[in-house]
Design a protein around this ligand. Structure first.
Ligand code: HEC
Ligand code: HEC
Length: 359
């Protein structure tokens, strides 16, 4: 329902801007998205003190104010899709740490259904590979997938470039953002990366505690952290809360998609149904969970780990106990404590950071 309204409002806005007549434009006040040139400056991409080094080579595509603003405009622009509606921001909504809230699997143009749950977007400058199965090797090339996939944006760079080239604002913005000023696929991708690279989420309560910035854990959070370190951190490791490996965490095979995971990329049987260990930062707001969005709540996830882990040829050995039973033993109290800890990973200063907002 929410989505329906979103589409309607968006369609309405498109309608009003496209049929504004000559007379009206004289008295019109500047549109929100009217481009006001700013003197360009390099943006300061900072690695948080408790983070590893960035994997993204900033020197190769140094974010600038103009490049960032262009990337943001592109990110929220339906023109990147065949129907002029499904922008990147349509599936990656900031309030939910840039996931597609309420959508189990993503919805693209004309309501076409994908097979996977939209991933959160932050700390991308620290990742080695992208998507649930690592199909994209570089942040600069990742957006080619949604742009050209029929069930996502169903477009092509030729189509996008011709749409953007008709737009005076874009002509100016590309000139200001890039030396060669071209509206090209390369510059579109670079601008999107400049926007996404700046999305760093590192200011949760957890970060404030580990950086000794005055916050302290409650008893339940503290207990949850101890359980987490013992039972979860081998995969959801380090400050990114992922070791970036591909693993099978024992989800029952779903008949509908029968997603083969990492094997889709490598072709190897040993990668069957393995998925990249997801970050757990902002996990409180990125439901539903898992690559296919099958679980609605964190308690559902923990019930899976304690009681639902299935035998599978590639099941991670971590889930097989010495007595032969499967899963991670967790009492109800331990589950409550884990949930309390996981909620300390919510970073509202990121989720509500105006720099990344559409309006
Ligand atoms: C139709 C919904 C949809 C649209 C539109 C969309 N995405 Fe995504 N995005 C997804 C889904 C689903 C995934 C996970 C894909 C997979 O694993 O195969 C994803 C994954 C990603 C990732 C990988 C994140 C990670 O942690 O590896 C990035 C980056 C990304 N999208 C950026 C973008 C950008 C930029 C755009 C616009 C050009 C965009 N997306 C448009 C649904 C969408
Ligand atoms: C052997 C590695 C491993 C261990 C140990 C592990 N996980 Fe996971 N976790 C994964 C993988 C892989 C996925 C994604 C699986 C998928 O979607 O198919 C995942 C998914 C999740 C998700 C859903 C994330 C999302 O964005 O949808 C949560 C929450 C989670 N794990 C929490 C935990 C907790 C809490 C523990 C400890 C009790 C734990 N995990 C232990 C590998 C692991």
């Amino acid at each position: 329902m929410k989505n329906f309204w979103f589409i309607s409002i968006f369609a309405l806005c498109l309608a009003c801007s496209s049929d504004s007549s000559g007379e009206e434009t004289i008295t019109e006040t500047p549109q929100d998205d009217e481009y006001i040139p700013v003197p360009d400056s390099n943006l300061n991409f900072q690695v948080p003190s408790n983070f590893p080094d960035a994997t993204y080579d900033i020197s190769n595509n140094q974010p600038t104010q103009n490049g960032f603003e262009l990337g943001k405009k592109l990110f929220y622009d339906g023109k990147l899709a065949s129907d002029n509606v499904v922008s990147c921001g349509f599936c990656h909504i900031q309030d939910f740490a840039f996931t597609h809230h309420t959508h189990i699997v993503s919805h693209g143009v004309d309501g076409a259904l994908g097979t996977r749950n939209a991933q959160p977007l932050f700390n991308l400058a620290f990742l080695d590979e992208f998507t649930w199965d690592g199909a994209a090797q570089h942040l600069d090339t990742q957006p080619i997938i949604p742009i050209t996939t029929d069930v996502e944006m169903n477009s092509s760079f030729n189509e996008i470039i011709s749409k953007l080239s008709e737009d005076q604002t874009y002509q100016n913005m590309f000139k200001d953002a890039f030396d060669n000023g071209e509206i090209s696929s390369e510059n579109i991708l670079k601008a999107l990366s400049q926007f996404m690279v700046m999305m760093v989420s590192s200011n949760s309560k957890y970060d404030q505690v580990v950086r000794n910035e005055g916050s302290v854990f409650t008893e339940a959070e503290e207990a949850g952290l101890a359980i987490f370190e013992q039972k979860c951190a081998s995969c959801h490791a380090g400050p990114l809360f992922t070791d970036q490996s591909f693993r099978n965490n024992g989800l029952p095979i779903d008949a509908q998609y029968n997603d083969i995971g990492r094997k889709r990329v490598t072709g190897l049987d040993e990668d069957l149904r393995k998925f990249r260990v997801p970050t757990l930062r902002n996990i409180e707001v990125t439901f539903p969970y898992m690559h296919d969005g099958r679980f609605q709540t964190l308690t559902d996830v923990l019930d899976h780990y304690s009681d639902g882990v299935q035998e599978d040829v590639t099941l991670d050995p971590v889930f097989v106990q010495e007595n032969g039973s499967r899963g991670i033993p967790l009492s109800n109290l331990e589950k409550d404590q884990l949930v309390a800890f996981l909620k300390t990973l919510t970073d509202n200063s990121f989720i509500f950071d105006d720099r990344f907002s559409e309006f």
